[in-house]
Design a protein around this ligand. Structure first.
Ligand SMILES: Nc1ncnc2c1ncn2[C@@H]1O[C@H](COP(=O)(O)OP(=O)(O)OP(=O)(O)O)[C@@H](O)[C@H]1O
Ligand SMILES: [Mg+2]
Length: 229
């Protein structure tokens, strides 16, 4: 049998920001791999580098040293056109504060990434995703007419609109009550299981971390431990 595809690999990644002209290393020598269909949770206290790591993994930013490999290709080696294509077709992001566009309807929010990627059949796919998050009846609503939990489900529908191989969620349940949070976690699980997405979550919630097969404890920008369920 072939070994499973390593979809996402961080190889000895470090990240230094320059703050008030001083370099500050916020990630140090991080090595990680994540396969299709797996869920990895990044845990650790505020400021330990979780969001920074997610941005590197989603090719929104680049390491100062080391490499982030998606299907074996280093994000730092891609040209602008390749990077745009990667971000639009391979990666989906879900944020703590949902980040829906307030003047677009629910359906339009979900459809937007498909339109940007020039995908065919975008309206139908968007409806399909809304059905999946059980919000088809809210298609014509504006985001402010939804509850927080509903907004996050729309954000998940949007992140998965283009069937991304990598789904990145930064504190996806941070602003939700337990019941809404559970629904969101179930959708993330479903994304890994049914879409085969490689899911990467940053979270403070033990419950959110519990859906992950791999838990990475970060401390001051370093990996303290990796636990596999
Ligand atoms: N653009 C930036 N420029 C300079 N420093 C930054 C920048 N972004 C983040 N940092 C610093 O990097 C460190 C890690 O930040 P990061 O946002 O990755 O932490 P986090 O683990 O996601 O925290 P939280 O749990 O609060 O979201 C922090 O000390 C932060 O101040
Ligand atoms: Mg963060």
């Amino acid at each position: 049998m072939r070994p499973p595809l390593v979809r996402l690999e961080l190889r000895s990644v470090s990240k230094t920001y320059v703050d008030a002209n001083q370099p500050v290393e916020v990630l140090h020598d991080i090595s990680l791999t994540a396969e299709p269909g797996s869920i990895t949770a990044l845990v650790g206290r505020s400021g330990c580098g979780k969001t920074t790591l997610l941005n590197l993994a989603g090719a929104m930013d680049f390491p100062t040293s080391g490499e982030v490999l998606i299907d074996g290709r280093s994000t730092g080696s891609l040209n602008d056109r390749e990077l745009t294509a990667l971000r639009r077709t391979r990666v989906g992001f879900v944020f703590q504060f949902f980040q829906l566009l307030p003047t677009l309807t629910v359906l339009e929010n979900v459809e937007l990434p498909l339109l940007l990627a020039g995908a065919a059949g975008s309206a139908e796919t968007s409806r399909d995703r809304l059905r999946w998050v059980e919000l088809e009846d809210k298609a014509a609503s504006l985001p402010h007419q939804l509850s927080g939990g509903q907004m996050q489900r729309v954000a998940i529908a949007r992140a998965l609109a283009h069937s991304p191989d990598i789904l990145i969620a930064d504190e996806p349940t941070g602003n939700l009550d337990t019941a809404s949070g559970d629904q969101v976690l179930e959708l993330l699980r479903d994304a890994a299981r049914n879409f085969g997405s490689t899911v990467l979550i940053a979270t403070h919630s033990a419950e959110a971390a519990s859906i992950a097969g791999t838990r990475v404890q970060l401390r001051d920008g370093r990996i303290q431990s990796i636990d596999r369920a």
